[in-house]
Design a protein around this ligand. Structure first.
Ligand code: FAD
Length: 459
């Protein structure tokens, strides 16, 4: 006699252990949703140096798991100068003298709702991984393919580059801007949308010991240490940001260079000579103090790619989260924050899925897509505009410094002031509406009502 094998329990495969994948893992743990996190690298790692987070990102952390926010508070760093808690950055000029020779003083921008915080990425990684049982993470697991049937139960088959094959109820692709899952979601219907596009900017990054940064950058026209507070140096052809991390013991610098040529190097990081790196900024007349800060940078150009548009974030049982969905230029310091918002909404939705049921999972992804995609893609688009503002080339603003500061004081508000808990409520309501099963008795009433109707019509 044959027996019916029970369908496997709900189990989510997370692909990629960056900020997005880790945040989702923390959220799923909190919601009691079983998952396995598959990471291509041999260990956790953080690419880059500092990361700044806005109030929306901090609120998302809090709502994902209050311990996450509490731990972040222990490692985050603000501005040093008293009274600058709500200043995101001071706008200064890249040119020789930082604009002071023509009377420019550092112009703060921010908002009362904004608290300046940033962190070393390694510290953030340590905080996040401390909340995740290592038994739920598999390293050296590069996903190669994901197969799903168009119909039937909630089952995907994942094949890794090492040949291993596993099954899960659904896959969440948190594998970054050039991750493989984007092709799986968009490849068939939107092949032109799979590859990230070059933003026309590359960066050099350095972490400078604060002692050295203080000596090099000196004081501003107001008498404050330049390195102690977050700064955005703006100018034609380039912009440079510096901000304190690691409890003020280090100064993080990201130097952006405009590039009017296509990115043709096969990798997204291109080694150059130290002379080429320095020349990128000397040719623009950048103040020598910032060029000195490049002594701590590797002569490596990091191309900045983005997904300006993404027509949909899921395909059946495969769903995108983080940079795989909406990689952005970092001009609004908002990419990681959007990963956290994604993780909050998706973990709450998956927490409502009561069984490994295709309809429920697809309903969760549909609601996630409807709520998250418009906002995250707007972040990508407006970040591109912010990049133009920093290089004095935004339409209608150009090099009008007062207009630039006015713009910077307003452009982030819609990101920071967003009501995330309203998104959570909306997600829950929409998911419940989509998955509500008509009670049997209700169906019976409908049937008998239509029978009565028909009978009445024929009578
Ligand atoms: C210069 C710069 C500065 C930035 N500054 C800020 C900032 O101040 N504030 C802010 O909010 N955001 C900032 N961002 C954006 C932010 O860093 C990103 O949005 C965020 O780190 C993306 O995280 P992620 O998890 O989506 O992707 P990633 O960090 O790219 O992680 C993807 C992970 O997936 C793994 N992976 C890839 N392919 C596979 C596969 N096939 N199988 C298994 N695993 C795979 C990778 O190894 C990696 O671990 C900045 C970005 C840049 C470039």
């Amino acid at each position: 006699m044959g027996s019916i094998s029970p369908s496997p329990p709900l189990h989510i495969a997370i692909v990629g252990a960056g900020i997005g994948g880790l945040a989702l893992a923390i959220g799923l743990l909190r919601q009691g949703v079983p998952y396995t996190l598959y990471e291509a690298a041999g260990a956790y790692s953080a690419v880059g140096a500092g990361v700044g987070l806005g109030p929306n990102a901090l609120a998302a952390m809090d709502a994902i798991d209050a311990r996450f926010r509490a731990l972040y508070n222990q490692i985050s760093t603000g501005n040093v100068t008293p009274g600058k808690d709500h200043v995101m950055m001071d706008a200064m000029l890249l040119e020789d003298g930082f604009g002071e020779k023509r009377g420019w003083k550092p112009a703060p921008y921010g908002a009362p709702c904004y608290d300046r915080t940033s962190a070393h990425r390694v510290d953030l990684l340590n905080v996040m991984t401390s909340l995740i049982p290592i038994s739920t993470v598999k390293f050296n697991k590069r996903v190669k393919t994901v197969d799903q049937k168009a119909e039937g139960g909630a089952k995907v088959t994942i094949t890794f580059e090492d040949g291993e094959v596993v099954e899960a109820s659904a896959v969440i692709g948190c594998d970054g801007a050039k991750g493989a899952t984007r092709q799986m979601v968009l490849g068939e219907k939107y092949p032109d949308q799979v590859r990230a596009t070059y933003s026309g900017k590359y960066v050099y990054r350095s972490i400078v010991p604060m002692e050295d940064a203080v000596k090099i950058l000196g004081k501003d026209a107001l008498g404050d240490e330049i390195a102690g507070d977050a700064k955005m140096f703006i100018g034609k052809g380039a912009n440079v940001t510096t901000f304190p991390i690691s409890k003020g013991t280090q100064c993080n610098m990201v130097a952006f260079k405009l590039d009017d040529k296509p990115w043709t190097y096969p990798e997204w990081t291109q080694p150059v000579t130290r002379e080429e790196m320095v020349n990128d900024f000397e040719e623009l007349g950048v103040d020598k103090r910032l060029i000195k800060m490049l002594d701590w940078a590797k002569p490596l150009r990091w191309s900045i790619h983005h997904h300006l548009t993404t027509p949909v974030y899921y395909n059946g049982l495969i769903c995108l989260l983080g940079d795989s969905a909406h990689a952005t230029t970092p001009h609004q310091a908002a990419g990681a924050g959007q990963c956290l918002e994604d993780a909050l909404i998706l973990s709450r939705l998956l927490g409502l899925v009561s069984a490994p049921d295709r309809d429920q999972l697809e309903a969760a992804f549909k609601v996630y897509d409807e709520i998250r995609r418009p906002r995250a893609q707007k972040v990508v688009q407006t970040s591109k505009q912010a990049g133009l503002v920093y290089t004095l080339s935004a339409p209608g603003i150009g090099d009008d410094l007062d207009a630039i500061v006015k713009d910077l004081n307003h452009r982030f508000l819609w990101i920071w002031e967003h009501d995330l808990m309203a998104d959570v409520d909306r997600a829950e309501k929409e998911f419940k509406a989509l998955t509500r099963k008509e009670p049997e008795t209700m169906n019976m009433k409908r049937v008998s009502a239509s029978v009565v109707e028909k009978t009445a019509l024929t009578a």
